[in-house]
Design a protein around this ligand. Structure first.
Ligand SMILES: Nc1ncnc2c1ncn2[C@@H]1O[C@H](COP(=O)(O)OP(=O)(O)OP(=O)(O)O)[C@@H](O)[C@H]1O
Ligand SMILES: [Mg+2]
Length: 307
């Protein structure tokens, strides 16, 4: 396989803005500003004949940073699939950017759950970022190809600078560290100026300093650039100080609200139906003790996420 085809295959399941699923001709009005970015009411999801979660109520406003938490296999990545319209909700109502899931996907940046690029991959970080532009669907229609190329190049540079990746963006992505690759993928997800970023475990496999740095970057994108972020995470601590909201998923239900409301012994004990203790360390970190792992055998952890 030639290097470009190999790279395209490698980024197929990486960050990108996702194509729209405009099934009907209606219900596609842009978000008026009054609508929440995300609104779930009594939402439930079923896969393989099994209900993963149900009765989920959630409203997320513009520019908010929300974490989706819960044990392996509980349905966090599946929730992202529902938000993208790749899987219908089994019950309840789901609205994304003021419309039905899948209808506003060109206003969403998406980073699937993944590991890293093959070390032998020669394509440069800057080219991976540029792939997020997806050719003609991007931006204002410019009359001349040269003007389009120039605008594209400027946006690539801008977004690489925003994520602090300028120093290594011209290196082959396979030679970048996990944290560097994650920043480049976030840049790719941001390139088309999405209103909503869906990030599935972007801190996975990063060391603690990199987790903090990438968490701070995502917090900045949310609060300074005004992009709403929904991020799946395993550990709330690296993002705790940047978060506006958390959603804890459990078999059968969910608890949503501010971190102070949700991450308490009482709320999590009620949610998981088993004693859960939330301890706060002297440096402000939270330790959740007794949260059960879901009994399900988890098979798709690093298979590339929703498709
Ligand atoms: N298409 C499918 N058919 C049957 N079962 C599925 C399907 N997709 C996902 N599942 C199952 O649904 C459950 C939830 O999967 P999901 O990937 O959403 O979990 P998760 O919370 O993201 O877990 P992790 O933290 O390990 O990434 C798992 O048990 C998974 O095997
Ligand atoms: Mg997952």
């Amino acid at each position: 396989m030639n290097p470009i085809a190999k790279a395209r295959e490698a980024v197929t399941h990486s960050a990108h803005t996702v194509p729209n699923r405009r099934a009907g001709g209606h219900d596609t009005a842009p978000n008026s500003g009054r609508d929440p970015v995300l609104a779930l009411r009594g939402a439930a999801v079923r896969v393989g004949g099994r209900t993963l979660w149900s009765g989920v109520d959630l409203r997320i406003g513009s520019g908010e940073f929300t974490a989706v938490l819960g044990p392996n296999g509980v349905g966090k990545s599946t929730m992202i699939k529902v938000l993208l319209g790749a899987l219908p909700a089994a019950a309840g109502e789901v609205r994304v950017l003021g419309t039905r899931p899948g209808q506003a996907n060109d206003r969403i940046g998406y980073l699937p759950q993944r590991r890293s690029f093959d070390a032998s991959l020669r394509i440069r970080g800057v080219d991976v970022v540029r792939m997020g532009l997806d050719g003609d669907r991007w931006g204002v229609p410019l009359p001349f190809p040269s003007a389009r190329r120039q605008a594209a190049r400027a946006r690539v540079d801008e977004v690489i600078e925003l994520v602090g990746a300028s120093a290594y963006a011209h290196r082959p992505i396979g030679q970048c560290s996990g944290g560097e690759q994650q920043r480049l993928l976030i840049a790719q997800a941001l390139i088309r100026r999405p209103e909503l970023l869906l990030l599935d475990e972007p801190l996975d496999s990063l060391d603690l300093p990199n987790q903090s740095a990438v968490a701070a970057l995502i917090g900045r994108i949310s609060h300074q650039e005004g992009v709403s972020v929904v991020m799946v995470a395993h550990d709330v601590n690296p993002i705790l100080h940047h978060l506006d909201r958390v959603v804890y998923l459990a078999e059968g239900g969910a608890a949503a609200g501010t971190p102070e409301e949700v991450i308490t012994s009482g709320t999590l004990t009620r949610l998981y139906g088993t004693p859960v203790e939330v301890l706060r360390t002297s440096d402000g970190r939270l330790v959740v003790v007794g949260q059960p792992e879901a009994p399900a055998v988890h098979t798709d952890r690093h298979s590339g996420g929703p498709s």
